[in-house]
Ligand binder design. Sequence first.
Ligand SMILES: [Mg+2]
Ligand SMILES: [Zn+2]
Length: 197
Amino acid sequence: MFEQRRPGAVLFDRDGTLIRDVPYNGDPDRVEPMPGAVEAVARLRRADVPVAIVTNQSGVAKGIISPDQMDQVNARVEELLGPFDAWAICVHDDGDGCTCRKPAPGLLIRAAAVLDVSPRDCVVVGDIGRDMDAARAAGARGILVPTEATRQEEIDEAPEVAGDLADVAERVLGDLEAATPVGAGARWSRAMGWSRW
Ligand SMILES: [Mg+2]
Ligand SMILES: [Zn+2]
């Protein structure tokens, strides 16, 4: 049902999805893209699909990494993967009662609002059940890209499972590229820098 529709945006989880998961990483030198990440994001940009990052960073709430370290890591992500149209970051922890930490849908809703699209028109890509639960709660299309760390139960419960990020780009764009004239989509400028709350 989704395949022929151009998505309003693709919202990516960061750790374990776009870059290798280094728990509570505050070191930009340890940022390493996941296989196919650079190409998949570039393909979406070429198709004029806005791309955003929606990421839980409880290391900040725990005091393990500073906001400045997090910013440095995020800047490195953009050096390696290119600029994202929006970033939505939860710096809280379980028990803080925030509305943004995945599996809550707040980050997705915020990113969609910044991009001026409906969450229902967004695709959410992540590596764990929390990402898929957030997608479900926001009414978005969720695609799980499992890693070695993804539990079988999370895979079984995912609305959709892709083998890798190239597969995600193919699932999202499908035949759209052939059917849509180059440059026909909306042009997006970078809508915001870091947003934390
Ligand atoms: Mg993750
Ligand atoms: Zn939060």
